[in-house]
Ligand binder design. Structure first.
Ligand SMILES: Nc1ncnc2c1ncn2[C@@H]1O[C@H](COP(=O)(O)OP(=O)(O)OP(=O)(O)O)[C@@H](O)[C@H]1O
Ligand SMILES: [Mg+2]
Length: 1011
């Protein structure tokens, strides 16, 4: 990321000079003079630094210091004034020594001024009018005096006593400047800072948090603590107080209240904090360097890499990063405003809570009660989770808070005090804001608005126009906003940073860490304040400002990880407000098209991350922005996938039909076919029995037209469907060819999602098809290399191929490692699916009991997860293992179940199921029926080009022939089976066939212990 370049900031400059030093120099010998000056400079540096200032330079006998560089403090002006006063006291002390040693004293003149300067990162020098004015003020001061500029005065006036000087003219300014002579800095200023109440009450809640923290550190475990409560009741403050009192690394991330679909922004900010080169965690950076899987997922998360991944992979990688940091010191991760969290973010938080082990991590979730509407069971059923409802403050606590904010005896009418307490009803924010309004109202007898929103509106209404403008512009960006964006939105405002500083002083905003490089950032102290500022804007202004901001971000070109989501959101808002104000004209149309473009990109990226629910929201918003007559096919295709992948198959299918009809009506035949193909694939999932033929007919019908006129996207859709058909029929060479060419077209169409899903399908063709094993292994290596993110299924298939080669040890350990990875990511369904490899390994190694165990586990797990479509093959595999163990009745039951669940077009299930039934019939003495079924299965397998399926069917037939007394033909069939296996180079299959055939030939049953 680019480092900050030059920055404009508002800082406070302190300039002081020793008066009468020339005379002193004449009286002292040079060596003594140097010594005096060194003592003075040392004292100056010490005092300035102890107040958080930076000494910029010593010029002759002058000192220049800046407050607000490199970091801005909300009270820089006051710090500078205090430093100036303290320096005066230091000089008095110094003078006593000088008087004694040299019989001479010094006195200093000081100027303090606040204003905008330009600062760089390399040279720390601050330059600008503000510096020049500080020098002028210093010159205007008499020896021993401190003179402060007008802006400094405005910022510190509550805390100092000062008297105005005669206004004086300075070069380059029309208006004369009024400066002030500082008389005294009051010691009790912190009590006067109205909106910084010390924390009151909440002792038991802090205690609960402390207990939770003690538990995670003692047990070195992960725990989740959720604080729920109404807006403004004090959740964030409670968390801040808790964090101040513990020794831990803390990460914070806030969910955004706007722009549905911005899933990961809190996570992104936490990860950035961990990986920060200055104050991040070295352990986290090392993990990124060491573990390619973590690095790949995190890069996708941060938007630094385009690749297809999944929420599970991202959650896993974030957890690994958290754990790496927690190894060194306890980690507290605060997810604030979680009631706005997208489902994938809530899943991530739960994943970390459920899976993290062995490292002290506290996940602190803060949110309003709506969180429970989104996730009714939040935290429920977890042994390591606590949920706390934060009630309003008790009357005595509210009273204490009011006392802290406005000490008794400060002139607040006791009746008004009581009204504030009653109205606030224990809401800390409400109480604070009412008091602020009262103290800012000239009459001190204001009408207290009944709701917090009305109250905030009233309070903002009393700000200076310039301050209001700055606040309103900031509110358009959001709770967190950048100085630069405000400047863009309010070009006529010449002192944005000065205004911001005043707003900081009024405690409406606070300096914060920005997300745009090189930009100073501020955060509304409370979101409701931002809402009030935003509400005050006219719609026409909102439209204009949202657009200005979006265009400015667009021009910068880079930005936060969710750049498109954010730009899209702001353009969308601009468009909406414009539409509310009047009929759409040319400009609005451009706005909506641009907004749709950004949201479309964002939606497709969310698809790539597997964040389907966010993707659907983003894409639906994009769609809504386009004129009804305009069909964006790529967008529609993504939306169909998003709906289907998030489990809304019916919606996906009906949308596909609708879009295809639109295309047909618009005369776009290629587009129509493309969408029909996409829809047909999803229909096949719902109803494989009848939809198979339909898809086949559609592919045949679409092919000539698409091949002649189609664009890459249409060709990719065509090949995808063709590959699918081939795969189901186990015509794997054809399927592989279709997927391979489909991948190429998808790449040309820049459709990463489709390309990746076709690569996974192609890998299955490689695994089950005639590609010889050594070549197949190389293919899998290449496939992995083509995607930066981890694809565990590729490893599962690699393990299966290794087993077919007879490398059982290697296969078992690779599979075990893969299953660990899958389970670590919480992917239960996927783990159940991958268990079929365990079955294959053990069946080939001859350990039928282990094979039975693996297949049973897979079936039970799939059953438990309610997954039907994958169960048919697994049921047949279990039947196969039971058969090998001689448990024929159980085998029969499972084979029937498999056939019942599987479609008649599903060749694998058919070959397995029929083959099993045939052998069982043969064992039952029903020779004719047995042979007929075994031959039917063999015939089916012959339509496939899977060596394994063909070999298995031949081997089954061979067994039936042995059992029905035809050893000669049986032997022939064994040879045929072996030929098939050898084509694949599957030596383990060959060995198994030989083993079994030898047993059959000697009339021994293949029972346990014999094979
Ligand atoms: N116990 C307390 N003592 C003193 N001030 C408090 C206390 N609780 C809250 N406040 C102040 O009240 C204001 C609102 O609190 P806070 O921001 O924590 O609310 P919240 O519950 O997080 O609201 P939201 O749901 O909108 O995020 C803040 O200015 C905070 O400093
Ligand atoms: Mg809060």
């Amino acid at each position: 990321m680019a480092g900050p370049r030059q920055q404009r900031k508002t800082v406070t400059v302190l300039f002081c000079d020793v008066s009468g030093s020339t005379a002193l120099g004449e009286r002292l010998d040079p060596e003594s003079f140097r010594q005096v000056m060194r003592r003075y400079f040392d004292a100056a540096r010490r005092v300035i630094e102890s107040h958080g200032g930076t000494v910029e330079k010593f010029i002759g006998d002058a000192v220049m210091a800046v407050f607000g560089v490199p970091v801005l403090h909300e009270d820089d002006a006051l710090r500078a004034v205090r430093a100036a006063a303290a320096l005066g006291e230091e000089i008095a002390v110094l003078n006593r020594g000088l008087e004694a040693d040299f019989g001479a004293t010094v006195s200093i003149r000081t100027g303090v001024n606040t204003g905008e300067v330009v600062t760089g990162t390399d040279e720390r020098l601050a330059t600008g009018d503000a510096v020049n004015l500080a020098v002028r003020l210093e010159q205007a001061a008499a020896p021993g005096e401190i003179v402060i500029g007008p802006q400094t005065w405005a910022l510190v006036r509550d805390a100092v006593t000062a008297e105005p000087l005669e206004p004086f003219q300075i070069r380059g300014k029309k208006q004369p400047v009024t400066a002030y002579r500082l008389l005294r800095v009051r010691g009790d200023v912190s009590r006067l800072r109205r909106h910084k109440a010390p924390f009151v009450g909440r002792r038991s809640q802090l205690g609960m948090l402390a207990d939770a923290f003690a538990q995670i550190t003692d047990d070195r475990s992960c725990g989740m603590f959720t604080v729920l409560g109404e807006a403004g009741v004090g959740k964030s403050r409670l968390a801040a107080e808790f964090l101040r009192g513990i020794d831990a690394r803390t990460l914070t991330g806030c969910c955004l209240s706007y722009g549905q679909g911005i899933t990961y922004s809190p996570t992104v900010s936490m990860v950035r904090q961990l990986l920060d080169t200055r104050d991040g965690c070295p352990g986290a950076a090392e993990l990124m360097a060491r573990d390619a899987k973590v690095a790949a997922a995190i890069d996708v998360l941060l938007g630094e890499q385009a690749a297809v991944t999944s929420p599970a992979e991202i959650a896993w990688a974030v957890r690994k990063l958290f754990e790496s940091s927690a190894e060194l010191a306890p980690l507290v991760a605060v997810f604030d405003d979680l009631h706005w969290g997208e489902p994938a973010l809530l899943d991530l938080v739960e994943h970390i809570t459920d899976f993290s082990r062995g490292a002290p991590i506290l996940i602190l979730c803060l949110g309003r009660l709506e969180l429970l509407d989104r996730r009714p069971g939040w935290g429920g059923g977890k042994l390591n989770a606590t949920t706390l409802l934060l009630e309003p403050l008790k009357p005595a606590e509210t009273a204490a808070l009011i006392d802290e904010l406005v000490p008794t005896g400060s002139g607040l009418d006791p009746r008004l005090r009581e009204r504030v307490q009653l109205t606030a009803a224990g809401n800390a924010l409400f109480a604070e804001e009412m008091l602020a309004l009262i103290s800012e109202s000239p009459s001190r007898e204001p009408v207290l608005p009944p709701t917090i929103a009305a109250l905030l509106a009233a309070r903002l209404d009393q700000l200076q126009p310039g301050e209001r403008t700055v606040l309103a512009c900031g509110s358009v960006e959001g709770q967190l906003f950048h100085c630069g964006t405000v400047q863009v939105m309010a070009p006529e405002e010449h002192d944005v940073s000065g205004r911001l500083l005043t707003l900081v002083h009024k405690d409406l905003v606070r300096p914060d860490r920005g997300v745009l490089p090189g930009e100073e950032a501020f955060r509304f102290r409370h979101l409701l304040i931002r809402d009030a500022a935003y509400e005050a804007l006219a719609k026409a202004d909102r439209a204009e400002l949202h657009e200005l901001f979006a265009r400015w971000l667009e021009e910068r070109g880079t930005g936060p990880a969710d750049f498109d989501e954010i730009v899209g959101y702001h353009l969308e808002q601009a468009f909406r407000y414009r539409c509310e104000l009047g009929p759409a004209e040319e400009k609005s149309r451009r706005l909506s098209a641009d907004a749709a473009g950004h949201l479309d990109v964002a939606g497709r990226r969310a698809m790539d991350r597997g964040d389907t629910s966010a993707a659907v929201k983003l894409l639906e918003r994009a769609e809504a922005l386009l004129p009804p007559q305009q069909i964006n096919l790529a967008l529609q295709e993504s939306l169909i996938r998003g709906l289907a992948e998030s489990g809304r198959l019916d919606d996906a299918i009906s949308r596909a039909a609708r879009v295809a009809d639109w295309c047909a009506a618009a005369g776009d035949r290629v587009g129509e076919l493309r969408v029909r193909l996409a829809g047909a694939i999803w229909r096949l999932q719902v109803d494989p029995e009848t939809q198979f033929e339909q898809l086949r007919a559609l592919v045949d019908q679409a092919r000539p037209l698409i091949e002649r006129h189609g664009d890459p996207a249409a060709r990719a859709a065509l090949e995808h469907a063709a590959g699918y058909l081939g795969f189901i029929r186990m015509q794997l060479t054809a399927a592989l060819a279709a997927f391979t060419s489909g991948m190429e077209h998808a790449r040309q169409a820049a459709d990463l999602w489709l390309e990746t899903s076709m690569r996974v399908m192609a890998a299955r063709c490689i695994d089950l098809g005639p590609t010889p094993i050594p070549q197949a292994l190389r293919w899998l290596d290449d496939a992995q290399a083509q995607s930066v993110t981890y694809q565990p299924q590729l490893d599962a298939w690699r393990a299966a191929l290794l087993a077919e080669l007879g490398c059982f040890g290697e296969a078992r350990s690779l599979l075990a490692e893969t299953l660990t990875q899958i389970t670590e990511r919480g992917l239960a369904l996927f783990a159940a699916i991958a268990m079929q490899t365990a079955w294959r390994i053990e069946m080939l190694s001859g350990d039928d009991a282990a094979a039975e165990h693996a297949a049973r586990l897979a079936c039970e797990e799939l059953d438990r997860l309610g997954e039907r479509s994958r169960l048919s093959t697994r049921a047949c595999q279990l039947a196969e293992a039971l058969y090998a163990l001689g448990r024929y009745e159980e085998a029969r039951q499972w084979a029937l179940r498999g056939l019942e669940l599987g479609s008649t077009h599903d060749l694998v299930t058919q070959v397995y199921g029929l083959g099993l039934r045939a052998r069982l019939l043969a064992r039952n003495g029903e020779a004719g029926a047995a042979l007929a079924l075994a031959e039917q299965a063999d015939g089916l397998a012959a339509t496939s080009d899977s060596p394994q399926a063909q070999g298995n069917a031949a081997l089954n037939l061979s067994e039936v022939l042995y059992l029905t007394g035809n050893p000669t033909r049986a032997q022939e069939m064994t040879h045929r089976a072996i030929e098939h296996y050898q084509r694949k180079g599957a030596t383990a299959y060959t060995a198994r066939a030989q083993r079994l055939a030898a047993a059959w030939a000697s009339h021994r049953k293949p029972a346990p212990g014999i094979t």
